[in-house]
Design a protein around this ligand. Structure first.
Ligand code: TAP
Length: 517
């Protein structure tokens, strides 16, 4: 059901503006939700130049939710022009850092007021179960905006003692400056959270932004655009362009007026992005890419916790989690018991309608991804791994896939090396007491995003943490990310950090000023 000419009021820096948009209004379980379905450029919701649309599908029932305008190269050019203008001449360039922070706090408050609506939209668009969408997808997004809002007026340079050109004296200071127009390209697994992780740091640093969310899950980004108007961001500071990677994404990565590209997605596309950034205008780039994170479970662990968190390390957000444990190494002594217990617990997982509060496992994000997971299972069987549980699509509408467990996985098997990005547990055994061996095997992968270890022996845990080549190490916990802690990978999982103070550096440049007196 479409409602023409909705109005959103902005009480922002430029007065009380009214912005009109065409909205999608739907009733979900007796609740009205409403969001825009057009591109957001220069503070206005507009149709795309070439009349193309994306079709959003609810993965829990395969029904069409709505059509969304699909950005072309011409739209990207328009958005970048608006962002450049906002950066160089607009209100945004004139206000103080503290005022910038106030607008970001206001946005966070609005997101909090609309948290249930955002969680419903995220749930129907991405298949995330509502409770998780509310707590993590939306909850952590709000925290991210608050965290970076607090940084705005704390970004500062330094004074540096340089040698004097005698008899004169010299003084050197550094300034941290925004880079300019930033392009962001994000994946579909945590649509609003990936937007927030990148955009909050980017705006706190004073840049302006054009984001292209993943084409399969763009709806919360559009709701976010509406809220950004209400919060009072000046026109052009935030531009949201749903579109395809090959056209809108590529146009953004290759644009000569974009000076920084922040990307989260697969390693394969990360390589394309890095090449495009280099060849176009040598824009700064940060890449959060794929992973195959090892989780090592020693016999001296707290077994109940290892079973519970071992399952979460794989099945959280139906496995569509970049730091998901891609491989579990279990010490021989407890291997059989561990497998038995995870299989029995996995059987109890409630799969179903993600909006139902008692559901803990929703559908996969989209059909192509589900099909990829079915192929992954075939690959495991072909290579001789033992399928302990699951592996099939559920016989009901929606892209439901059973949580799956493989054991007896050897290092040479393809499922030991490739990322599934789905709820597939890959269990390998290691010899009793062979710490060095299991660390070596954990490091074989070309990825280096995250890792984990379960043991009560602090020596083993710290040795693992020291030797593992991954950007994140969890000890006796898993998935414990926080807005204040830096997050990002090593090796082919990319470079650059999201979250924490370090993330600001991705969106700043250091200017060095030397004076003589
Ligand atoms: P990708 O296929 O790499 O897509 C990511 C984004 O890049 C999408 O918006 C995509 O557009 C766009 N894109 C595709 N081709 C492009 C091109 N030539 N130029 C510019 N942009 C292009 O990844 P995905 O399937 O969405 O997400 C899954 C992957 O992301 C997994 O490997 C996962 O590990 C990784 N991931 C990593 C992290 C972190 S923090 N390291 C977090 C989440 C996910 P479309 O919408 O057209 O596809």
């Amino acid at each position: 059901e479409f409602c023409l000419n909705c109005v959103v009021k902005s009480r922002g820096l430029s007065g009380n503006a009214e912005v009109q948009y065409r909205s999608v209004n739907i009733n979900v379980n007796g609740r009205e939700v409403k969001f825009p379905c057009q591109l957001f450029i220069n503070g206005e919701f507009v149709d795309c130049e070439n009349g193309k649309v994306l079709t959003s599908i609810d993965p829990s029932n395969e029904k069409i939710i709505c059509e969304v305008q699909c950005a072309s190269k011409a739209d990207v050019n328009k958005a970048v022009k608006a962002a450049k203008n906002a950066f160089e001449k607009g209100e945004w360039s004139k206000i103080s850092a503290r005022e910038r922070g106030q607008i970001m706090y206001k946005l966070a408050d609005l997101m909090y007021q609309h948290r249930e609506e955002l969680a419903i939209i995220e749930s129907i668009d991405s298949g995330a179960v509502y409770t998780l969408a509310l707590k993590t997808h939306v909850g952590m997004s709000i925290e991210t905006w608050r965290y970076f809002a607090g940084w705005c007026d704390k970004i500062q340079g330094s004074t540096i003692p340089v040698s004097h050109a005698r008899p004169n004296r010299n003084l050197t200071i550094t300034k941290k400056e925004p880079i300019g127009v930033v392009g962001l390209i994000t994946p579909w697994n945590y649509p609003l959270m990936m937007l927030s992780w990148k955009m909050a740091a980017c705006l706190a640093a004073g840049n302006t932004v054009v984001i292209k969310p993943a084409q399969v899950s763009p709806l919360t980004a559009l709701k976010f655009a509406e809220l950004s108007v209400k919060a009072g961001f000046p026109p052009g500071v935030i531009n949201v362009l749903p579109g395809t990677g090959s056209e809108a994404g590529h146009s953004l990565a290759s644009h000569l007026d974009v000076r920084k590209l922040g990307f989260t997605g697969s390693t394969e596309i990360g390589q394309v992005i890095m090449r495009t950034c280099a060849e176009s205008n040598m824009k700064k780039v940060s890449l959060e890419l794929g992973g195959k994170s090892p989780l090592v479970i020693f016999a001296d662990c707290d077994m109940d916790k290892a079973v519970r968190l071992g399952m979460q390390s794989v099945f959280f957000n139906k496995g569509e989690n970049c730091i998901a444990a891609g491989r579990l190494f279990v010490e021989e002594k407890i291997h059989d018991e561990f497998v038995r217990r995870v299989v029995s617990e996995t059987k109890k997982i409630s799969i179903g309608d993600p909006l139902n509060k008692s559901t803990s496992h929703g559908p996969q994000n989209h059909l192509a991804h589900l099909n990829k997971l079915l192929k992954f299972v075939e690959m495991g069987l072909e290579d001789g791994a033992v399928l302990e549980y699951g592996g099939k699509r559920l016989n009901r509408p929606g892209y439901f896939f059973e949580p799956t467990i493989f054991s007896h996985v050897e290092d040479s098997m393809r499922i030991a090396k490739e990322e599934s990005f789905g709820p597939i547990m890959i269990i390998s055994k290691f010899r009793n007491g062979d710490i060095d061996g299991v660390i070596r095997r954990s490091n074989i992968t070309e990825y280096g995003l995250a890792s984990g270890v379960f043991t009560k022996d602090i020596n083993k845990a710290l040795k693992f943490a020291e030797k593992i080549d991954a950007g994140t190490v969890f000890i006796n916990t898993y998935n414990k990310t926080d807005v204040a802690a830096p997050f990002g990978g090593f090796k082919q999982s990319g470079f650059g950090k999201d979250l924490g103070a370090e993330a600001l550096n991705e969106y700043l440049k250091t200017k060095c000023i030397t004076m003589e007196y």
